[in-house]
Write a protein that binds this ligand. Structure first.
Ligand code: PLP
Length: 413
């Protein structure tokens, strides 16, 4: 049976050649690629200044620490109610309090909800482009400026896409980008890279000073092996990584937890440079695949792509199923038929508080196999398996949930 697996990075032989060159020259932690990457990022994002770090959330932490120093009396950071756990954890680790704002049907933070939460305690608003789908950053930038609060343009999942003629990540006071798995630029896992963008020139010195004190990330060969074994080559290695990890724990060789904040390693910078050089092609292919899925799913009106618009870049392809679907069973049926899927984020920003309807709907979305190399016949096959699994649950063929309609608003193109 043909298996359609999730993919976490679109790598060509060039990424592997860059890895081999770093290893052969012994340039893993430090080396010339880190400096060259910084130059390339600064050229791409100018006039914003770019600092290449180990994680996207390191960039977030540095920005929050600087904001807090400037406004010590303000303790609240507004984040979307549906967000990657590391954002919430980082806000808390900075000694600040995350406040959840409602999201829209496209999974992005809602402007009216943020406006209602702004107050004298608000330090900053984090505005992510969820799974690459552009948020209304221009509107948030104007709102935050007017309210006198800092804004972070969280472009963790997207590089090179524009809104209002400006690159995502370059709005507000600071921007962040991540190079971890399933992002636009992928260099690996566990600290493989992130960018801090300084968009407000008045913060230039304060943020640059914080980055200058950091050393290059260590332990990157082990993290690369982890990425290759457990993500890139999983079609061959299967679940052996899980058993190896358990064996390692039994033998007292636990994987190191992440260390102090760091700069990007030379190894990861070398991979990032290749990915950036291929970015135009990678994004064009992702757009083609998303468009092809939309066409194939048109025959299945009870299913929708809440974040998709023709020609839009997305880092993951999330599908909304009819509301009465037993999602767990549906995913099992798909897996048995050879289609691997995943859910989005399960964490609550405020533990114990019930999900809003849009957050609850977001938790029921399933991510389909989505790589730039996927061809139309594979996409059609995946969609026909999807149809069979829907019929197995005896689900209606017509769409009856308006909360998942695709929204094509002007700011999102
Ligand atoms: C929206 C968003 N922001 C921030 C981050 C943090 O990035 P990193 O994992 O590189 O720390 C992520 C990671 O998945 C993310 O999806």
């Amino acid at each position: 049976m043909k298996r359609f697996r999730l993919r976490y990075a679109d790598w060509s032989w060039r990424e592997y050649a860059a890895i081999a060159a770093c290893i052969l020259r012994g340039r893993i932690a430090a080396g010339p690629d880190a400096g060259r990457l910084a130059q390339e990022l600064n050229a791409l994002y100018a006039p914003s200044a770019a600092h290449a770090l180990d994680f996207g959330h390191s960039a977030l932490r540095i920005a929050l620490d600087a904001f807090r120093e400037l406004e010590p009396g303000r303790k609240e950071v507004i984040v979307p109610g549906y967000i990657c756990p590391s954002v919430v954890d980082t806000v808390r680790a900075a000694g600040l309090e995350p406040r959840a704002a409602e999201i829209g049907p496209d999974l992005n933070i809602d402007a009216a909800a943020v406006r209602s939460l702004l107050g004298p305690d608000t330090l900053a608003v984090v505005v992510p482009h969820m799974f690459g789908c552009p948020a209304a950053v221009g509107e948030f930038e104007r709102m935050c400026r007017q309210a006198g609060v800092f804004m972070i343009d969280d472009a963790a999942q997207v590089v090179g896409e524009r809104v209002e003629g400006r690159l995502l990540g370059s709005f507000g006071d600071a921007g962040i980008v991540s190079f971890a798995q399933s992002k636009a630029v992928v260099t690996g896992v566990r600290g493989s890279g992130g960018i801090l963008l300084v968009n407000n020139p008045r913060l230039q010195d304060a943020l640059a000073r914080r980055c200058r004190g950091l050393a290059p990330a260590r332990g990157r060969l082990g993290a690369l092996a982890d990425f290759l074994w457990n993500y890139q080559w999983r079609g061959v290695t299967g679940n052996s990584g899980y058993y190896l990890l358990r064996l390692g724990r039994l033998l007292g060789r636990a994987r190191p937890v992440s260390g102090p904040m760091a700069l990007i390693s030379n190894l990861d910078a070398a991979i990032a440079r290749v990915q950036l050089a291929r970015l135009g092609h990678l994004c064009a292919e992702k757009k083609r695949v998303a468009d092809a899925y939309r066409q194939a799913l048109a025959a299945l009106p009870s299913v929708s792509l809440p974040q998709h618009a023709p020609g839009r870049y997305l880092s993951r392809l999330m599908v909304a199923l009819p509301p009465e679907t037993d999602v767990a069973q549906f995913r099992k049926d798909l897996a048995l038929a050879g289609v691997e899927t995943r859910l989005g984020y399960a964490n609550a920003v405020t533990p114990g508080r019930p999900d809003t309807p849009n957050v609850a709907a977001a938790r029921r979305l399933i991510g389909l196999p989505y790589t730039g190399t996927l061809q139309n016949d594979a996409i059609n096959k995946i969609c026909s398996i999807l149809t069979k699994c829907l019929l197995k649950q005896d689900l209606p063929a017509s769409r009856n949930s308006t909360s998942h309609e695709t929204h094509h608003t002007a700011h999102q193109r």
